[in-house]
Design a protein around this ligand. Structure first.
Ligand code: LM2
Ligand code: CA
Length: 464
C-alpha cells in the first residue's frame, strides 16, 4: 500500500491508543473515522505471543497478559491472526494512518510455566521458539543474572539489571538478544509498521537501547526511520533526558501537571508550558492518561466525563509535544479486567477472543477519540502545525483562550457555568465550524464572540 504523499509529519499529528482493539476493528476505524478526521497514527496493544492467564472464574483474561511475551510470533492472539495484522497495517496506510506497535523489549514472562497464545510452551527462563520456525529461542543464559525483583528504585543498576515485577529480564547487552529483538522489530517494519511505543525503556540500559534501535530498517511506504517513543517514567535516578538521543520520550511530568490542572479547574497558566522533565516539545510525547495511569493512579480519566474530554481537546490544541489520545474500554471491576469479549467461540475458551469495537454501537468500549470535544481536534492540530501559541483572553484561572498563529483559535472553560466569550483573534474573519463541539462560530472585525459551554471548548481553524 502506498500512503498518500501529503501525509503530515508525525510530530504534527495525533496518535490514538486503541487499547486492546482487535486488528479488524482498528482497520475499520482507520477507514470509517481516523483517516477522514486526520488522525495520523494508532498505537496498538503488543502483538506478540503472550501468556494466557485465566485470572478468575468466568473467563476473565487480563489485559496485562500482553506484557509477558512468550515469543515474537504474531499469529492467533486474542486480537486476530498475523494476516489480520497485515491487513490492518495496509488498510490504515491506505487511509493515511500509521500503525505504532507497543514493543516489549526489556523482559519476557513472569514465573511459572504454561502455553502461550499461539501454542508455544514456556517457563520463566525458557522461551524455545521465538519466531515459530524452531530456529531461535531464549534460555537461562539470555537473561540478566540478577534473577531477583527490583526493590530499590534509587539504585540504577537494580532498576536496569533486575526484574521489573518479577518478569524475566533479558540480557539486552548480549549480541544474540539484540539480534532477536532487531529481528522482531524489523519484521514488523517489513510489514509496514511505522513506529514503536517502547515498553519499560527505563529498565533497559541506554547503550543497549542505542545498539538495538540504531539497527532498524527504514519503513517501506512511509519512508525514513520508524518514529520511536520510549516509555520512561523519569526520576532522579534515571532522568527522561538519558534517552533523548534514541527517540521521543513519554512525559509523565507533563501528564501529572495537565491532568491535575484540569481536575482542579486551574487551567489558565497551562498556556505557558515549561519543558517538564527537561524535555523540549520535539522530544516529548504527551497524554492526559494512559492504560496504566487510568487504572493505578487515576487523576482524570474517561470516568470523569466532560472535564476529561476538555483536557484531551486542550492536549491537541496546545503545541507542546506529540499527543497520544487514550481510548480503551470501561472497567468496573478490578484492574485486571480484560476487554469486552465475544463470549464462547468454537475452539477457544469463553472470554478469550476480544470483541470487535464498534463506536456506533460500543458495548463497553469507551471510544474516547470520538467524543464530540475530541473528534475534530486532530484536524485542528494539523491545521495549526508549526504555529506558536498566543494567549488572547482569560477569565480567572479556569477559562482561557488562545490563538495558534493565524490558523487557529481555541477557548477552554473548566467551570460548571457557561462563558460568554468576547476575544480578539488573528483568525481571518469568517464563519467556522466548532472543532470541539456543535455549531459554527463567526469571527468578525478580528473579534470572536461565542458561548463556551460549561466544561466545554470552542476551537476554530482554517482549512476546514
Ligand atoms: C509497562 N511499562 O513499563 C506497562 O505499561 C505495564 O502495563 C506493564 O505492567 C509493565 N510495564 C510490564 O510490561 C502490566 C501490569 C502488571 C502485570 C504486567 C505483566 O500493570 O500488573 O504484572 O503487565 O503482565 C502481572 C501481575 C504482577 C506480577 C507480574 C509477573 O499483575 O502481580 O508480578 O504479572 O508475574 C509479581
Ligand atoms: Ca532490564
Amino acid at each position: 500500500a502506498q500512503p498518500p504523499q501529503t501525509q503530515q509529519a508525525p510530530e504534527d499529528g495525533t496518535i490514538v491508543h486503541l487499547f486492546q482493539w482487535t486488528w479488524d476493528a482498528v482497520a475499520q476505524e482507520c477507514t470509517d473515522f481516523l483517516g477522514p478526521e486526520g488522525f495520523t497514527g494508532v498505537q496498538v496493544s503488543p502483538p506478540q505471543e503472550h501468556v494466557v492467564v485465566e485470572y478468575d472464574e468466568g473467563g476473565n483474561y487480563p489485559w496485562w497478559q500482553d506484557y509477558q511475551p512468550v515469543s515474537y510470533q504474531l499469529d492467533n492472539t486474542r486480537r486476530g491472526t498475523a494476516d489480520d495484522f497485515q491487513d490492518m497495517v495496509d488498510t490504515c496506510a491506505d487511509n493515511g494512518v500509521r500503525i505504532y506497535v507497543d514493543a516489549v523489549v526489556n523482559h519476557m514472562t513472569g514465573p511459572d510455566s504454561g502455553t502461550g497464545s499461539n501454542g508455544t510452551e514456556w517457563s520463566k527462563y525458557e522461551h524455545p521458539d521465538l519466531f515459530g520456525d524452531g530456529e531461535y529461542g531464549y534460555g537461562q543464559n539470555d537473561f540478566e543474572p540478577c534473577f531477583e525483583e527490583i526493590t530499590d528504585w534509587d539504585d540504577r543498576g537494580q532498576v536496569q539489571d533486575c526484574e521489573l515485577l518479577g518478569l524475566a529480564d533479558l540480557d539486552t547487552g548480549a549480541d544474540y538478544v539484540q539480534e532477536r529483538l532487531v529481528q522482531y522489530l524489523n519484521g514488523l517494519i517489513g510489514m509496514g509498521v511505522a513506529g514503536f511505543r517502547v515498553d519499560a525503556t527505563k529498565h533497559v540500559q541506554v547503550e543497549h537501547v542505542d545498539a538495538i534501535f540504531s539497527q532498524l530498517d527504514d519503513v517501506p511506504g512511509w519512508g525514513g526511520q520508524p518514529h520511536v517513543y520510549h516509555e520512561v517514567i523519569g526520576d532522579d535516578t534515571i532522568p527522561y533526558t538519558d534517552y533523548t538521543d534514541h527517540g521521543q520520550i513519554t512525559n509523565f511530568d507533563h501528564h501529572r501537571d495537565l491532568s491535575h490542572s484540569f481536575a482542579d479547574g486551574d487551567i489558565a497558566d497551562l498556556t505557558e508550558m515549561p519543558d517538564h522533565g527537561g524535555l523540549t516539545s520535539d522530544e516529548a510525547v504527551v497524554f492526559v492518561d494512559n492504560h496504566d495511569s487510568q487504572r493505578y493512579e487515576p487523576i482524570l480519566t474517561y470516568a470523569d466525563g466532560d472535564r476529561y474530554y476538555l483536557a484531551t481537546a486542550f492536549l491537541l490544541a496546545h503545541p507542546y509535544g506529540t499527543p497520544v489520545v487514550m481510548s480503551g474500554y470501561d472497567f468496573e471491576g478490578n484492574d485486571a479486567e480484560g476487554p469486552p469479549s465475544t463470549g464462547e467461540e468454537e475452539g477457544n475458551p469463553a472470554g478469550w477472543l476480544t470483541e470487535d469495537a464498534d463506536c456506533d454501537n460500543p458495548s463497553g468500549w469507551t471510544c474516547d477519540h470520538r467524543d464530540e470535544a475530541v473528534a475534530g481536534m486532530a484536524g485542528f492540530r494539523t491545521a495549526t502545525a508549526g504555529n506558536g501559541l498566543e494567549e488572547r483572553t482569560r477569565d480567572g484561572e479556569s477559562r482561557v483562550a488562545f490563538d495558534r498563529g493565524e490558523d487557529g483559535f481555541a477557548a477552554f472553560n473548566a467551570t460548571d457555568s457557561e462563558w460568554e466569550l468576547d476575544s480578539e483573534t488573528s483568525l481571518p474573519d469568517g464563519e467556522y465550524p466548532n472543532a470541539a463541539g456543535p455549531g459554527t462560530v463567526a469571527v468578525s472585525g478580528g473579534q470572536v464572540q461565542a458561548t463556551v459551554p460549561a466544561d466545554g471548548a470552542v476551537a476554530l481553524h482554517t482549512g476546514g
